[in-house]
Write a protein that binds this ligand. Sequence first.
Ligand SMILES: Nc1ncnc2c1ncn2[C@@H]1O[C@H](COP(=O)(O)OP(=O)(O)OP(=O)(O)O)[C@@H](O)[C@H]1O
Length: 330
Amino acid sequence: MATAVGEHPVSVRGLRKSYGDWHAVQGLDLDIHQGEVFALLGPNGAGKTTTVEILEGVRQRTGGDVRVLGCDPAEDRREWRARIGVVPQTTGAYSDLTVREVVEHFAAFYPNPLPVGQVIDMVGLGKHEKKQSTDLSGGQARRLDVAVGIVGDPDLIFLDEPTTGLDPVARREAWDLVRYFSERGRTTVLTTHYLDEAEALCQRAAVIVAGRVVQCGPLAEFGGRSQTPTTVSFRIPPELAGRTLPSLPPGADPAPVGADGVLRIGTHAPTALLAALVPWAHQAGVAELPELRVHRPTLEDVYLELIRQNVDGTDRGADTSQLISQAGTR
Ligand SMILES: Nc1ncnc2c1ncn2[C@@H]1O[C@H](COP(=O)(O)OP(=O)(O)OP(=O)(O)O)[C@@H](O)[C@H]1O
């Protein structure tokens, strides 16, 4: 029952899922390591929830091999299920129970649940524990979903867009909760459209497009981010207009100045580049370079580029530009 030594908590090979003639997941491979917070990223309709629900044993797969905590999730076993926590994408309906009653009800399914009061406090519902769950606001109801997902003190937690609808403070609290489990060696699979969330919490991520993994690895290296040049840019002031640039560090690559009057220089040595530009500007009487920016590619930059390269009509009926504009905005 325990995950064998050397075995990943989640291991997927050639996963396929079809809904009729629609192939939502088309040969997906994935390994999620023990103790990591792993992000599943991708545009709407890419197959993330389908994949996660197959891993949770909620949906049946069409093909491929799946191991979760050493078991095939299609063979639903009570002890296996007790080791998994799930926060689904949609908010649960908990009928006429108070917050405390809901959490107590779910705690009873697990052999070693966390103390109910502690869980309610952890999700920030301490003040509302006597409230009917049906009377909670959208964000409070989402916190209750998280409480239900973690009360069993799971070894592996699936969080499907857990912070959608939460206010910024509640989002940070939810992040702390993920860190709490991570520090206790638990494994978390986080599906999110918030790239700042992925960057704040996750060591590694996979981007899924049209049911396939198009990129998987450490977020810091995504899309060759660590090797991509930095761009130094500034608006050219009248004093520098028409002047020849100073001698720049090797590899610096100034782009032709466009109609916006901004000079952009790609470089792997931004500090050396600035060290050349600053005395050059001072000599011309320019103490401050207007709108000076040093821009390293963000996760969002590389993500959008990945989607641009790989989108092939992921959402039925959606055109490509719509998919790109959805990416990272939800
Ligand atoms: N029960 C179903 N019957 C038919 N098609 C489905 C069903 N569930 C999902 N799909 C389709 O499978 C594709 C993948 O859906 P899925 O919910 O896995 O995407 P997702 O990546 O989680 O999207 P989102 O980011 O919008 O939550 C979509 O095109 C969706 O319409």
